[in-house]
Ligand binder design. Structure first.
Ligand SMILES: NC(=O)c1ccc[n+]([C@@H]2O[C@H](COP(=O)([O-])OP(=O)(O)OC[C@H]3O[C@@H](n4cnc5c(N)ncnc54)[C@H](OP(=O)(O)O)[C@@H]3O)[C@@H](O)[C@H]2O)c1
Length: 327
Protein backbone atom coordinates (compact mmCIF):
# COMPACT_ATOMS: atom_id res chain seq x y z
CA UNK A 1 0.00 0.00 0.00
CA UNK A 2 1.26 3.42 -0.94
CA UNK A 3 0.67 5.90 1.87
CA UNK A 4 1.36 9.20 0.13
CA UNK A 5 -1.60 11.51 0.79
CA UNK A 6 -2.45 14.42 -1.49
CA UNK A 7 -4.11 16.56 1.17
CA UNK A 8 -5.08 16.50 4.83
CA UNK A 9 -8.75 15.77 3.97
CA UNK A 10 -9.92 12.13 4.14
CA UNK A 11 -9.17 10.40 0.85
CA UNK A 12 -11.96 9.56 -1.57
CA UNK A 13 -12.43 5.86 -2.25
CA UNK A 14 -12.50 4.84 -5.89
CA UNK A 15 -13.70 1.29 -6.52
CA UNK A 16 -12.82 -0.28 -9.87
CA UNK A 17 -9.91 2.17 -10.09
CA UNK A 18 -8.24 0.23 -12.91
CA UNK A 19 -11.50 0.11 -14.90
CA UNK A 20 -12.64 2.35 -17.70
CA UNK A 21 -14.59 4.80 -15.54
CA UNK A 22 -12.82 4.42 -12.16
CA UNK A 23 -9.42 5.15 -13.70
CA UNK A 24 -10.65 8.49 -15.03
CA UNK A 25 -12.29 9.35 -11.70
CA UNK A 26 -9.06 8.62 -9.82
CA UNK A 27 -6.88 10.58 -12.27
CA UNK A 28 -9.16 13.60 -12.17
CA UNK A 29 -9.27 13.66 -8.36
CA UNK A 30 -5.49 13.33 -8.07
CA UNK A 31 -5.06 16.11 -10.63
CA UNK A 32 -7.20 18.32 -8.38
CA UNK A 33 -5.01 17.45 -5.40
CA UNK A 34 -7.68 15.28 -3.77
CA UNK A 35 -6.40 12.13 -2.03
CA UNK A 36 -7.53 8.84 -3.55
CA UNK A 37 -7.81 5.33 -2.15
CA UNK A 38 -7.71 3.25 -5.35
CA UNK A 39 -9.26 -0.21 -5.08
CA UNK A 40 -9.04 -3.26 -7.36
CA UNK A 41 -7.94 -6.88 -7.06
CA UNK A 42 -4.95 -6.61 -9.38
CA UNK A 43 -2.73 -3.91 -7.96
CA UNK A 44 -0.27 -4.10 -10.87
CA UNK A 45 -2.87 -2.27 -13.00
CA UNK A 46 -2.81 0.64 -10.55
CA UNK A 47 0.87 1.57 -10.48
CA UNK A 48 0.29 4.65 -12.64
CA UNK A 49 -2.14 5.97 -9.99
CA UNK A 50 0.36 5.23 -7.21
CA UNK A 51 2.96 7.33 -9.04
CA UNK A 52 0.51 10.23 -8.82
CA UNK A 53 0.06 9.74 -5.07
CA UNK A 54 -2.92 7.41 -4.74
CA UNK A 55 -3.11 4.85 -1.94
CA UNK A 56 -3.42 1.40 -3.49
CA UNK A 57 -5.73 -1.13 -1.89
CA UNK A 58 -5.68 -4.55 -3.44
CA UNK A 59 -8.49 -6.96 -2.55
CA UNK A 60 -11.93 -8.21 -3.42
CA UNK A 61 -15.23 -6.46 -2.91
CA UNK A 62 -16.42 -9.80 -1.57
CA UNK A 63 -14.06 -9.62 1.42
CA UNK A 64 -16.10 -7.66 3.99
CA UNK A 65 -13.20 -7.20 6.44
CA UNK A 66 -11.05 -5.78 3.61
CA UNK A 67 -13.88 -3.52 2.50
CA UNK A 68 -14.42 -2.20 6.02
CA UNK A 69 -10.71 -1.38 6.27
CA UNK A 70 -10.77 0.39 2.90
CA UNK A 71 -13.75 2.53 3.85
CA UNK A 72 -12.65 3.32 7.44
CA UNK A 73 -12.10 7.04 7.97
CA UNK A 74 -13.42 8.07 4.55
CA UNK A 75 -16.38 10.34 3.86
CA UNK A 76 -16.98 9.87 0.14
CA UNK A 77 -16.66 7.21 -2.56
CA UNK A 78 -17.14 6.33 -6.20
CA UNK A 79 -18.74 2.89 -6.34
CA UNK A 80 -19.81 0.46 -9.04
CA UNK A 81 -21.13 -3.07 -9.40
CA UNK A 82 -18.63 -5.00 -11.51
CA UNK A 83 -19.51 -8.27 -13.17
CA UNK A 84 -17.46 -11.33 -14.03
CA UNK A 85 -18.27 -12.30 -17.62
CA UNK A 86 -17.71 -15.96 -16.68
CA UNK A 87 -20.14 -15.82 -13.77
CA UNK A 88 -22.56 -18.77 -13.58
CA UNK A 89 -25.12 -16.45 -11.92
CA UNK A 90 -24.40 -12.79 -12.59
CA UNK A 91 -27.39 -11.41 -10.69
CA UNK A 92 -26.38 -13.26 -7.53
CA UNK A 93 -22.79 -12.07 -7.92
CA UNK A 94 -23.99 -8.47 -8.38
CA UNK A 95 -26.18 -8.81 -5.28
CA UNK A 96 -23.17 -9.92 -3.23
CA UNK A 97 -20.95 -7.06 -4.47
CA UNK A 98 -23.69 -4.54 -3.70
CA UNK A 99 -24.33 -5.87 -0.20
CA UNK A 100 -20.64 -5.79 0.72
CA UNK A 101 -20.15 -2.27 -0.61
CA UNK A 102 -23.25 -0.91 1.11
CA UNK A 103 -22.33 -2.55 4.40
CA UNK A 104 -18.88 -0.93 4.26
CA UNK A 105 -20.49 2.46 3.52
CA UNK A 106 -22.86 2.00 6.46
CA UNK A 107 -20.16 0.94 8.93
CA UNK A 108 -17.82 3.80 7.96
CA UNK A 109 -20.68 6.34 7.97
CA UNK A 110 -19.88 7.83 4.55
CA UNK A 111 -21.76 11.04 3.74
CA UNK A 112 -21.39 11.16 -0.08
CA UNK A 113 -21.41 8.46 -2.76
CA UNK A 114 -21.42 8.59 -6.55
CA UNK A 115 -22.73 5.31 -7.97
CA UNK A 116 -22.04 4.26 -11.57
CA UNK A 117 -25.54 3.12 -12.41
CA UNK A 118 -27.17 2.43 -15.75
CA UNK A 119 -30.10 3.37 -17.94
CA UNK A 120 -32.87 0.92 -17.07
CA UNK A 121 -31.91 0.85 -13.37
CA UNK A 122 -35.54 1.57 -12.51
CA UNK A 123 -36.54 -1.86 -13.88
CA UNK A 124 -37.07 -4.36 -11.07
CA UNK A 125 -37.57 -7.46 -13.24
CA UNK A 126 -34.62 -9.76 -13.54
CA UNK A 127 -33.98 -9.34 -17.26
CA UNK A 128 -30.57 -8.42 -18.66
CA UNK A 129 -27.33 -7.28 -17.11
CA UNK A 130 -28.69 -4.04 -15.64
CA UNK A 131 -30.56 -5.66 -12.73
CA UNK A 132 -27.50 -5.26 -10.46
CA UNK A 133 -27.81 -1.47 -10.78
CA UNK A 134 -31.48 -1.60 -9.77
CA UNK A 135 -30.44 -3.57 -6.67
CA UNK A 136 -27.65 -1.15 -5.79
CA UNK A 137 -29.74 1.99 -6.22
CA UNK A 138 -32.35 0.43 -3.94
CA UNK A 139 -29.80 -0.46 -1.25
CA UNK A 140 -28.10 2.95 -1.34
CA UNK A 141 -31.44 4.76 -1.19
CA UNK A 142 -32.18 2.94 2.06
CA UNK A 143 -29.24 4.58 3.88
CA UNK A 144 -31.06 7.56 5.40
CA UNK A 145 -28.11 9.89 5.96
CA UNK A 146 -26.26 9.18 2.74
CA UNK A 147 -26.15 11.74 -0.06
CA UNK A 148 -25.94 9.85 -3.33
CA UNK A 149 -25.88 10.54 -7.06
CA UNK A 150 -26.85 7.62 -9.28
CA UNK A 151 -25.12 8.26 -12.61
CA UNK A 152 -27.43 6.44 -15.03
CA UNK A 153 -25.10 6.02 -17.97
CA UNK A 154 -26.38 4.67 -21.29
CA UNK A 155 -24.64 2.03 -23.45
CA UNK A 156 -20.86 2.51 -23.37
CA UNK A 157 -19.32 3.17 -26.80
CA UNK A 158 -16.45 1.13 -25.39
CA UNK A 159 -18.65 -1.98 -25.81
CA UNK A 160 -18.09 -1.69 -29.58
CA UNK A 161 -14.45 -2.64 -29.00
CA UNK A 162 -15.67 -6.17 -28.19
CA UNK A 163 -16.80 -6.48 -31.85
CA UNK A 164 -13.24 -6.22 -33.15
CA UNK A 165 -12.72 -10.01 -33.03
CA UNK A 166 -15.91 -10.53 -35.05
CA UNK A 167 -14.90 -7.89 -37.61
CA UNK A 168 -11.50 -9.52 -38.08
CA UNK A 169 -13.00 -13.00 -38.25
CA UNK A 170 -16.12 -12.45 -40.40
CA UNK A 171 -15.70 -8.99 -41.94
CA UNK A 172 -19.01 -7.85 -40.44
CA UNK A 173 -20.27 -6.13 -37.31
CA UNK A 174 -23.17 -7.73 -35.43
CA UNK A 175 -25.28 -7.74 -32.28
CA UNK A 176 -28.94 -8.51 -31.77
CA UNK A 177 -29.95 -4.84 -31.71
CA UNK A 178 -32.21 -3.81 -34.63
CA UNK A 179 -30.10 -2.18 -37.38
CA UNK A 180 -32.29 0.89 -37.83
CA UNK A 181 -33.15 1.63 -34.21
CA UNK A 182 -31.38 4.77 -32.95
CA UNK A 183 -30.24 4.59 -29.34
CA UNK A 184 -27.93 6.65 -27.08
CA UNK A 185 -24.35 5.77 -26.16
CA UNK A 186 -21.57 7.39 -24.19
CA UNK A 187 -17.78 7.36 -23.96
CA UNK A 188 -16.83 5.93 -20.54
CA UNK A 189 -14.30 8.74 -20.10
CA UNK A 190 -17.10 11.31 -20.04
CA UNK A 191 -18.79 9.44 -17.17
CA UNK A 192 -15.56 9.52 -15.17
CA UNK A 193 -15.27 13.27 -15.69
CA UNK A 194 -18.79 13.87 -14.34
CA UNK A 195 -18.27 11.53 -11.37
CA UNK A 196 -15.00 13.28 -10.47
CA UNK A 197 -16.66 16.71 -10.69
CA UNK A 198 -19.28 15.60 -8.14
CA UNK A 199 -16.62 14.18 -5.83
CA UNK A 200 -14.42 17.27 -6.00
CA UNK A 201 -17.34 19.50 -4.96
CA UNK A 202 -19.11 17.14 -2.53
CA UNK A 203 -22.04 19.53 -2.41
CA UNK A 204 -24.83 17.17 -3.54
CA UNK A 205 -27.61 16.32 -1.15
CA UNK A 206 -30.32 13.67 -0.93
CA UNK A 207 -30.80 10.90 -3.50
CA UNK A 208 -30.37 12.09 -7.08
CA UNK A 209 -30.49 10.45 -10.49
CA UNK A 210 -28.33 11.94 -13.25
CA UNK A 211 -28.65 10.42 -16.75
CA UNK A 212 -25.63 10.68 -19.02
CA UNK A 213 -25.61 10.27 -22.80
CA UNK A 214 -23.67 11.45 -25.82
CA UNK A 215 -24.73 14.34 -28.11
CA UNK A 216 -26.97 12.27 -30.44
CA UNK A 217 -28.42 8.80 -31.03
CA UNK A 218 -27.13 6.48 -33.75
CA UNK A 219 -28.48 3.30 -35.31
CA UNK A 220 -26.22 0.25 -35.42
CA UNK A 221 -25.96 0.75 -39.19
CA UNK A 222 -24.64 4.29 -38.59
CA UNK A 223 -22.36 3.08 -35.78
CA UNK A 224 -20.90 0.45 -38.08
CA UNK A 225 -20.30 2.96 -40.89
CA UNK A 226 -18.41 5.27 -38.50
CA UNK A 227 -16.38 2.48 -36.92
CA UNK A 228 -15.67 0.95 -40.34
CA UNK A 229 -14.44 4.28 -41.73
CA UNK A 230 -12.08 4.69 -38.77
CA UNK A 231 -10.32 1.40 -39.58
CA UNK A 232 -10.22 1.82 -43.35
CA UNK A 233 -13.24 -0.47 -43.95
CA UNK A 234 -15.92 2.02 -45.06
CA UNK A 235 -18.15 -0.71 -46.47
CA UNK A 236 -18.26 -2.69 -43.20
CA UNK A 237 -21.81 -4.05 -42.77
CA UNK A 238 -23.95 -4.54 -39.69
CA UNK A 239 -26.01 -7.72 -39.52
CA UNK A 240 -28.51 -8.34 -36.76
CA UNK A 241 -27.87 -11.67 -35.03
CA UNK A 242 -30.82 -13.88 -34.10
CA UNK A 243 -30.80 -14.23 -30.29
CA UNK A 244 -29.64 -17.87 -30.32
CA UNK A 245 -26.77 -17.07 -32.71
CA UNK A 246 -25.67 -14.18 -30.53
CA UNK A 247 -25.74 -16.32 -27.37
CA UNK A 248 -23.78 -19.14 -29.03
CA UNK A 249 -21.30 -16.68 -30.49
CA UNK A 250 -20.65 -15.09 -27.10
CA UNK A 251 -20.26 -18.48 -25.40
CA UNK A 252 -17.89 -19.71 -28.10
CA UNK A 253 -15.38 -16.98 -27.21
CA UNK A 254 -14.70 -18.93 -23.99
CA UNK A 255 -14.74 -15.68 -22.02
CA UNK A 256 -18.51 -15.42 -21.47
CA UNK A 257 -20.64 -17.87 -19.48
CA UNK A 258 -24.02 -19.17 -20.68
CA UNK A 259 -25.73 -17.09 -17.99
CA UNK A 260 -23.97 -13.84 -18.93
CA UNK A 261 -24.52 -14.49 -22.68
CA UNK A 262 -28.25 -14.94 -22.04
CA UNK A 263 -28.41 -11.73 -19.98
CA UNK A 264 -26.48 -9.74 -22.62
CA UNK A 265 -28.91 -10.93 -25.30
CA UNK A 266 -31.79 -9.86 -23.03
CA UNK A 267 -30.23 -6.40 -22.70
CA UNK A 268 -30.15 -6.14 -26.52
CA UNK A 269 -33.84 -7.13 -26.59
CA UNK A 270 -34.62 -4.46 -24.02
CA UNK A 271 -32.95 -1.84 -26.21
CA UNK A 272 -35.02 -3.01 -29.22
CA UNK A 273 -38.22 -2.86 -27.19
CA UNK A 274 -37.34 0.62 -25.80
CA UNK A 275 -38.03 -0.62 -22.26
CA UNK A 276 -34.51 0.66 -21.57
CA UNK A 277 -34.23 4.25 -22.62
CA UNK A 278 -32.46 7.49 -21.78
CA UNK A 279 -34.07 10.86 -21.10
CA UNK A 280 -34.88 13.68 -23.48
CA UNK A 281 -31.54 15.35 -24.16
CA UNK A 282 -30.62 18.43 -22.11
CA UNK A 283 -27.38 20.29 -21.45
CA UNK A 284 -27.25 18.60 -18.02
CA UNK A 285 -27.39 15.02 -19.34
CA UNK A 286 -25.34 15.42 -22.54
CA UNK A 287 -21.65 14.62 -22.57
CA UNK A 288 -19.18 15.92 -25.16
CA UNK A 289 -17.55 12.95 -26.89
CA UNK A 290 -19.04 12.03 -30.27
CA UNK A 291 -18.91 8.58 -31.83
CA UNK A 292 -16.49 9.85 -34.49
CA UNK A 293 -14.08 10.98 -31.77
CA UNK A 294 -14.44 7.68 -29.92
CA UNK A 295 -13.80 5.79 -33.16
CA UNK A 296 -10.62 7.77 -33.84
CA UNK A 297 -9.27 7.89 -30.31
CA UNK A 298 -10.15 4.43 -28.96
CA UNK A 299 -11.66 2.09 -31.53
CA UNK A 300 -9.12 2.44 -34.35
CA UNK A 301 -6.07 2.03 -32.04
CA UNK A 302 -7.68 -1.03 -30.39
CA UNK A 303 -8.37 -2.51 -33.84
CA UNK A 304 -4.73 -2.03 -34.86
CA UNK A 305 -3.48 -3.66 -31.66
CA UNK A 306 -5.81 -6.69 -31.82
CA UNK A 307 -4.37 -9.89 -33.33
CA UNK A 308 -5.38 -10.97 -36.83
CA UNK A 309 -7.92 -13.79 -37.11
CA UNK A 310 -6.48 -17.29 -37.62
CA UNK A 311 -7.25 -19.27 -40.77
CA UNK A 312 -9.73 -21.42 -38.82
CA UNK A 313 -11.48 -18.31 -37.44
CA UNK A 314 -11.73 -16.87 -40.95
CA UNK A 315 -13.38 -20.08 -42.19
CA UNK A 316 -15.83 -19.95 -39.25
CA UNK A 317 -16.42 -16.28 -40.04
CA UNK A 318 -17.24 -17.06 -43.68
CA UNK A 319 -19.83 -19.68 -42.59
CA UNK A 320 -21.34 -17.21 -40.12
CA UNK A 321 -21.63 -14.54 -42.81
CA UNK A 322 -23.34 -16.92 -45.22
CA UNK A 323 -25.73 -18.08 -42.48
CA UNK A 324 -26.66 -14.50 -41.53
CA UNK A 325 -27.12 -13.39 -45.14
CA UNK A 326 -29.54 -16.24 -45.93
CA UNK A 327 -31.40 -16.30 -42.60
N1 LIG B 1 -21.05 -1.36 -20.48
C1 LIG B 1 -22.12 -0.59 -20.50
O1 LIG B 1 -22.70 -0.33 -21.56
C2 LIG B 1 -22.63 0.01 -19.23
C3 LIG B 1 -23.69 0.92 -19.27
C4 LIG B 1 -24.14 1.50 -18.07
C5 LIG B 1 -23.52 1.16 -16.86
N2 LIG B 1 -22.49 0.24 -16.86
C6 LIG B 1 -21.88 -0.12 -15.59
O2 LIG B 1 -20.48 0.08 -15.68
C7 LIG B 1 -19.84 -0.79 -14.75
C8 LIG B 1 -18.48 -1.19 -15.26
O3 LIG B 1 -17.67 -0.03 -15.23
P1 LIG B 1 -16.27 -0.02 -15.98
O4 LIG B 1 -16.52 -0.32 -17.41
O5 LIG B 1 -15.57 1.21 -15.62
O6 LIG B 1 -15.54 -1.24 -15.30
P2 LIG B 1 -14.44 -2.20 -15.95
O7 LIG B 1 -13.62 -1.45 -16.93
O8 LIG B 1 -15.13 -3.45 -16.37
O9 LIG B 1 -13.54 -2.50 -14.68
C9 LIG B 1 -14.02 -3.16 -13.54
C10 LIG B 1 -13.19 -2.68 -12.36
O10 LIG B 1 -13.66 -3.32 -11.17
C11 LIG B 1 -12.57 -4.07 -10.58
N3 LIG B 1 -13.16 -5.29 -10.03
C12 LIG B 1 -13.83 -6.26 -10.71
N4 LIG B 1 -14.20 -7.25 -9.87
C13 LIG B 1 -13.75 -6.90 -8.64
C14 LIG B 1 -13.82 -7.52 -7.37
N5 LIG B 1 -14.40 -8.71 -7.19
N6 LIG B 1 -13.25 -6.90 -6.31
C15 LIG B 1 -12.62 -5.69 -6.47
N7 LIG B 1 -12.55 -5.04 -7.66
C16 LIG B 1 -13.10 -5.66 -8.73
C17 LIG B 1 -11.61 -4.33 -11.72
O11 LIG B 1 -10.28 -4.54 -11.29
P3 LIG B 1 -9.72 -6.02 -10.93
O12 LIG B 1 -10.20 -6.93 -12.02
O13 LIG B 1 -8.26 -5.85 -10.85
O14 LIG B 1 -10.33 -6.35 -9.62
C18 LIG B 1 -11.72 -3.01 -12.49
O15 LIG B 1 -10.95 -2.02 -11.85
C19 LIG B 1 -20.79 -1.95 -14.51
O16 LIG B 1 -21.12 -1.96 -13.18
C20 LIG B 1 -22.03 -1.60 -15.31
O17 LIG B 1 -23.22 -1.79 -14.60
C21 LIG B 1 -22.03 -0.33 -18.00
Amino acid sequence: MNDKRKSAKPPIIVLGASGRVGRVVAHQLLKANVGVRAVARHVDKLTELAEQGAELWSGSLLDQAFMNRVFAGAKAAFVLTPGDTLSPDLHDEQRQYNEHIVEAIRVAGLTHVVFLSSWGAELADRKGTIYGCYLMETLLNRLPDLNVVHLRAVWFMDNFIYSIGLIKMAGINGLSINPDFAFPCIDSRDIGMVAAAYLKQLDFTGKTIHYLQRPRDYTMSEVTAILGASIGRPSLRYLKFPKAVMINGLKSTGTISANVAQLLAETNERINSTSVHGEPRTAHNTTPTTLDEFARQKFAPAYLEAPAASVLQKIQGAFLRIYLFIS
